[in-house]
Ligand binder design. Structure first.
Ligand code: AMP
Length: 427
């Protein structure tokens, strides 16, 4: 399958080639023809599957084909995203794909002054990528309206609901003209999302794409048993290791992130923190420095790290273990992307051993223990599943074989270049 076979026009084909994409990902191959033909869509897909291009490319093409009639540009496509970081990332994708066209995109999100965003809208845009709160602010200020919206995307809808945006989403939707085409993407499809989709979507095409390789197959995981008070010193030891070229370090609280960053800086290790108390411009600068390699250690809380797309991350370090096993998977999946190798190191203090147990139960495997460090604690006696790295590697390969067997059973013959995919049209 090629992008040309998906009827992408030459301007887009040039941008796609420039972006280095040689062929569509499964979700793009499935979704693009339906979106081009005007269908509503319910897409179950995680980040990393190429879902942004799956909706951005056909929307840009439709906007190009049907230029705005009569003078001033008004917003014709609206993409809602749960976080500022994700909104900015989606805007970057639209910019890349629309670089040779007249299609203009802007992002509006909270945490920064409104002035520039208002100016950008007044200069004329076709596509708005927005977080719900700031969008409603600007609409209430009568800066613009949604009367000309033809394409409406809700991205990461499950997170949007988790973050309490349901009323804002309903409010925004009520301001859209009819008809319009709606595309809802969500990593998971709990009943709240299915309920919402019934109210928003008209005879949707349903697409499900899951990444074939879970982080459990691609990330080299290990556990360090350590006293809480020794964690900072252990982290410094770990960071001196030459194999750590860039690391995302997860901590539980904003204060914890600041304290740890200061302690690393005092030890001469350049690190930066990213969390909810930082201003938007500080966060952007921090990310930029990290992506450019000016700092290579980023200390983050879970919320602040959502939607951050960093390729080439060598290590994820769970300085504090997460409260949920899902979050653990989400965190370690930030490394070993796009075929690269990655490692996750998790520090577990005696107070956190119940969290480790829950994680291991959920991922159905025993994480190998790294005992070769100067702060090592005796493994807790009551938890016989804790093993040394050597013992565990054997268990791990058994666990992996078991999981693969399970997965193969769930998805017979759905393998497609590293992704599982199937689409069901309901019309
Ligand atoms: P997404 O799932 O939209 O967050 O995309 C994940 C990553 O895949 C981004 O870095 C995209 O630039 C990249 N990507 C999207 N489509 C393709 C493609 N067809 N070929 C290669 N990379 C892609």
């Amino acid at each position: 399958m090629t992008f040309a076979q998906l009827n992408m026009n030459q301007t887009l084909l040039n941008a796609i080639t420039k972006g280095g994409y040689s062929e569509p990902t499964p979700i793009q191959a499935e979704a693009i023809p339906h979106i081009l033909s005007g269908k509503d869509m319910l897409g179950s897909a995680q980040t990393g599957t190429g879902k942004t291009a799956a909706f951005a490319l056909p929307i840009i093409q439709r906007l190009q084909e049907m230029p705005n009639v009569g003078g001033r540009k008004v917003p014709r496509a609206l993409v809602l995203a749960p976080t500022r970081e994700l909104a900015l990332q989606i805007k970057e994708s639209f910019h890349t794909y629309a670089q040779n066209s007249r299609v203009k995109t802007t992002a509006i999100y909270g945490g920064v002054p409104k002035r520039r965003q208002i100016q950008a809208i007044k200069r004329g845009v076709d596509v708005i990528i927005a977080t719900p709160g700031r969008l409603l602010d600007l609409i209430n200020m009568k800066i613009f309206d949604l009367n000309a919206i033809e394409y409406y995307v809700l991205d990461e809808a499950d997170r949007m609901l988790d973050m309490g945006f349901i009323h804002d989403v309903k409010n925004i939707t009520s301001k859209l003209p009819t008809p319009h085409q709606t595309m809802l993407f969500s990593a998971t499809l709990p009943s709240s999302i299915l309920q919402l989709s019934k109210t928003l979507l008209n005879h949707p095409i349903r697409i499900e794409v899951a990444k074939d390789n879970t982080p459990l197959d691609t990330v080299n995981q290990s556990i360090y048993f350590v006293k809480k008070s020794d964690k900072a010193a252990l982290l410094k030891d770990v960071l001196y290791d030459a194999t750590v070229t860039s690391a995302l370090v997860f901590v539980r609280t904003k204060q914890g992130a600041n304290r740890l960053t200061k302690s690393l800086n005092d030890a001469g290790i350049p690190a930066d923190a990213i969390h909810g108390n930082k201003s938007q411009s500080q966060r952007q600068q921090t990310l930029k420095n990290f992506k450019q390699g000016k700092t290579n250690i980023l200390i983050a809380t879970d919320v602040a790290s959502r939607g951050i797309d960093i390729d080439a991350l060598s290590h994820v370090i769970n300085y504090d273990l997460p409260e949920s096993a899902e979050t653990y998977l989400h965190r370690i999946g930030r490394t070993a992307r796009a075929g690269r190798l990655g490692s996750s190191l998790s520090f577990c203090s005696p107070e956190e051993s119940h969290l480790l147990k829950a994680i291991q139960r959920h991922i159905e495997m025993t994480i190998p223990v790294e005992a070769n460090h100067r702060f090592k604690l005796q493994r807790p006696k009551s938890t016989s599943q804790y093993k040394t790295a050597q013992q565990a590697s054997k268990t791990e390969s058994n666990d992996r074989a078991k999981r693969n067997k399970k997965r193969a059973f769930k998805h017979p013959s759905k393998k497609n270049k590293g992704y599982k995919t199937h689409a069901r049209g309901r019309r």
